[in-house]
Write a protein that binds this ligand. Structure first.
Ligand code: ADP
Ligand code: 5GP
Length: 202
């Protein structure tokens, strides 16, 4: 892969469930003038109300996910909450985005992110709401999970927070507008970097 044939970039955004990642990314896509594109992941979990196949996720059966996993179709994939639901980044989605010069945003969990940090040289950003209390409030206010699932997500969140130093950038999502503005500025730095060093990798 080189900057001429695949001029895109990979951006990894992680953070505990309920941190506001989807909200931040959605707003960032609307406001940034960079060629950002969200990488649509595959998952075996059921769609939530309003979620659309191919836009929010590729919703796959366990069997189809396993078949693709064995065929090596995922850049990374993980069983995220230890309850049997798999999530994964399809190589085809990333390849096509990079070919088109897109800055692909991978909104993925910490374990998945750490498994490709060294090989793919991504821009890595860890987003969190500042405290576990704020996180719990947001998870509950979203109202999409039952109590057991909320408890499991909080448990995973503590483990994920402990890994945040592995990311190049840490962003606290307190005020949404400020968060998005900070992320726009942060990403712009990489655009300038590319102009200075056109031979930089991916
Ligand atoms: P994630 O994608 O990280 O799981 P969501 O984007 O679904 O999180 O956000 C979780 C909840 O928190 C949602 O109800 C969302 O509207 C809310 N939220 C997101 N960002 C903020 C913010 N900056 N301040 C207050 N609430 C927020
Ligand atoms: P949700 O079920 O709330 O949509 O997502 C749950 C978690 O799965 C989030 O923390 C999100 O970052 C993670 N996730 C979503 N897509 C992927 C993926 O393709 N790979 C990995 N490893 N994690 C993902």
């Amino acid at each position: 892969m080189n900057a001429v044939s695949k001029p895109g970039r990979l951006i990894i955004i992680s953070g505990p469930s309920g941190a506001g990642k989807s909200t931040v990314v959605k707003t960032l896509l609307q406001r940034s003038d960079l060629p950002l594109e969200l990488s649509v992941s595959a998952t075996t979990r059921s769609p939530r109300a309003g979620e659309v196949d191919g836009r929010d996720y590729y919703f796959l059966t366990q069997a189809e996910f396993a078949r693709r996993r064995l065929a090596g179709e995922f850049l990374e994939c993980k069983e995220v909450f230890g309850r049997g639901d798999w999530y994964g980044t399809l190589r085809s989605v990333v390849g096509s985005g990079l070919e088109r010069g897109k800055w692909l945003i991978l909104e993925i969990d910490v374990q998945g992110a750490l498994s490709i940090i060294d090989s793919e040289n991504p821009i890595t950003i860890f987003v969190h709401p500042g405290s576990m209390e704020a996180l719990e409030t947001r998870l509950r206010s979203r109202g999409t999970e039952e109590e057991a699932a909320i408890q499991r997500r909080l448990e995973v969140a503590r483990e994920e927070m402990a890994q945040r130093h592995r990311y190049r950038h840490e962003v606290i999502n307190d005020d949404l507008d400020e968060t998005v503005e900070n992320m726009c500025k942060l990403l712009k730095q990489y655009q300038n970097q590319r102009e200075i060093d056109p031979c930089s990798k991916n």
